[in-house]
Design a protein around this ligand. Structure first.
Ligand code: HEC
Ligand code: HEC
Ligand code: HEC
Ligand code: HEC
Ligand code: HEC
Ligand code: HEC
Ligand code: HEC
Ligand code: HEC
Length: 309
């Protein structure tokens, strides 16, 4: 809006007198133009005069504040009349971004998994504005919504068909409170050396040794006593008397991963318990039924079993 207003007012005046737009005030004032006139610019337009809206939001990318030419090779004398289409970027994204964010490139290059969002369509700009934004870290959307703009469909990730996370969250009664802080409470947005772009270890396999190192991401917020203590009356409610049933299920060389009972993101059952346990292409019902002092289930693994605290 502001851009077009300034454009409407400034540009016609400038073109009537036949002089050229120039960013640098000194050179405009002394420049001899093809018409032979020595012009005195009453107003020297800069990039920001016409494109103010681009840098008008709360968080401004510091190079966009300092000098548009650190990224665009736009020559004002030929602009916008002659060069009004085309971005004239110094380099393509992401090389452009990495030319200053070199440390980040190093970090990404040395990671085991790189988020595919970095390489498809608008690359870095899928998530960031290069100019300014009302969101922290120049994000295009609120941090909570951002990820769901793409994760709103089923995807095939590492050969495994995954849930539509947006739909799952919208249609579930119980949402993991960790999601309040956004997806980045557990996931890295760019790249990671852990599975699933996580900030800490978490296994891909359903059966894994039951040591706490395998589930590091969970202990960012939960106490690993939940897994490690064989007897407790406080570390978990999943217990029969003081017998820790988390420990019973997870310990040993072929312990069961959290994903055999819980959904990490959301579920219709209390405590994020799954409806069905996934086993490759097939699955069976868990039939979890919580009560005040415990609960019961009857999965395919064993028959109907109750626990009481
Ligand atoms: C006198 C007003 C004016 C000035 C000064 C100006 N621009 Fe523009 N610019 C425009 C207009 C009008 C357009 C074409 C309409 C549009 O796409 O917004 C445009 C288009 C562009 C485009 C191409 C957008 C596209 O989608 O193709 C870029 C990039 C750009 N300007 C960058 C700059 C930079 C960098 C500067 C400073 C060196 C600058 N402009 C100075 C008015 C101006
Ligand atoms: C850090 C690099 C960088 C800087 C600095 C920068 N731009 Fe851009 N600009 C880009 C990239 C990348 C795009 C393409 C964005 C996209 O594809 O969504 C772009 C797009 C544009 C466009 C097209 C319209 C739009 O909103 O995408 C205009 C106009 C523009 N820039 C003008 C400017 C002006 C004026 C400045 C200085 C105030 C500036 N840019 C500073 C990287 C930069
Ligand atoms: C000309 C150098 C330069 C280029 C090119 C550049 N950046 Fe930056 N960027 C900076 C500087 C300087 C900062 C501020 C660093 C700081 O505060 O730690 C910054 C900060 C950021 C931030 C963090 C903002 C915040 O509020 O903390 C993001 C996100 C970002 N840049 C993304 C990008 C993307 C995406 C591109 C490519 C389109 C890009 N940058 C290209 C210099 C650059
Ligand atoms: C999938 C979305 C997404 C893509 C794609 C993406 N980023 Fe980010 N980026 C984020 C989020 C989210 C944050 C904020 C992380 C946080 O606050 O925990 C961030 C933070 C940053 C920061 C600030 C430094 C920091 O760690 O806080 C920079 C710089 C940055 N990104 C640059 C880039 C560049 C360059 C690209 C392209 C190579 C890119 N980003 C691609 C989502 C993305
Ligand atoms: C409590 C930590 C946590 C939070 C917060 C979290 N995730 Fe996850 N996410 C995981 C774990 C653990 C896995 C791997 C196990 C699995 O597949 O469920 C995973 C897997 C994924 C996968 C891989 C596909 C899949 O289902 O296996 C995607 C995509 C994903 N998360 C997206 C998101 C999005 C989007 C958000 C924010 C709405 C989010 N995650 C928030 C922990 C979390
Ligand atoms: C521009 C679209 C886009 C956005 C935005 C986006 N993603 Fe993704 N994400 C993808 C694609 C594409 C894949 C890879 C699907 C595949 O492997 O086929 C993916 C994969 C993932 C995976 C699985 C990675 C693996 O290899 O196991 C996780 C976890 C994930 N995204 C989390 C997030 C989080 C967290 C955010 C927000 C910070 C986010 N995504 C934003 C497109 C996006
Ligand atoms: C960023 C912090 C955070 C991380 C990381 C995290 N959680 Fe949570 N989780 C919470 C909070 C907060 C609660 C609610 C209070 C509580 O029960 O401790 C919760 C509750 C739960 C619940 C019970 C839900 C309910 O409705 O009572 C389960 C199950 C759970 N988390 C599993 C996990 C698993 C598995 C991991 C590792 C993949 C994990 N969490 C990682 C913050 C986190
Ligand atoms: C065999 C199924 C099963 C597995 C595997 C499992 N849980 Fe649970 N979990 C439960 C049940 C059932 C509850 C609900 C207990 C209650 O309140 O009655 C629960 C509750 C929780 C809670 C809520 C607090 C508490 O302990 O009562 C957290 C947090 C939690 N689990 C985290 C995890 C983590 C982290 C993993 C993997 C390291 C894991 N669970 C693996 C069945 C399981």
């Amino acid at each position: 809006m502001v851009k077009s207003l300034v454009f409407l007012i400034v540009l016609p005046i400038l073109t009537i007198f036949g002089f050229t737009l120039q960013e640098n005030a000194e050179s405009v004032k002394s420049q001899k133009l093809g018409t032979g006139f020595e012009v005195q610019a009453s107003e020297d337009p800069t990039c920001k005069d016409c494109h103010a809206d681009l840098v008008g939001k709360k968080v401004v990318h510091s190079p966009a504040n300092d000098d548009c030419r650190s990224c665009h090779l736009v020559n004002i004398p030929e602009h916008p009349g002659k060069v009004s289409t085309g971005l004239f970027l110094k380099e393509n994204v992401p090389a452009l971004c990495y030319s200053c964010h070199a440390e980040m490139k190093m970090d990404i290059d040395t990671s085991r998994t790189i988020h595919q969002a970095l390489s498809e369509s608008k690359q870095c700009n899928n998530c960031h504005s290069p100019h300014s934004s009302d969101e922290k870290k120049l994000l295009n959307e609120n941090k909570k919504e951002l990820c769901l703009t793409c994760h709103n469909k089923e995807m095939e990730i590492n050969g495994k068909k995954t849930k539509n996370i947006s739909l799952l969250i919208k249609t579930s009664k119980v949402i993991h409170p960790a999601l309040k802080g956004g997806c980045t409470s557990c996931h890295k947005p760019h790249a990671s050396s852990e599975n699933y772009l996580l900030i800490g270890a978490f296994p891909v396999d359903l059966y894994v040794p039951g040591n706490k190192e395998n589930y590091a991401v969970c202990w960012e917020c939960h106490d690993s006593d939940l897994l490690e203590l064989s007897a407790t009356t406080t570390a978990t409610n999943f217990r029969n008397g003081d017998r820790n049933l988390h420990n019973v299920h997870l310990r040993g060389a072929r312990g069961r991963s959290c994903v055999m009972c819980h959904d990490m993101h959301a579920s219709n059952n209390n405590y994020l318990i799954l409806d069905k346990i996934p086993f490759g292409k097939w699955s069976f019902e868990l039939n979890f039924a919580p009560v005040d002092s415990g609960g019961s289930c009857s999965p395919g693994c064993h028959g109907f079993t109750e626990y009481k605290r």
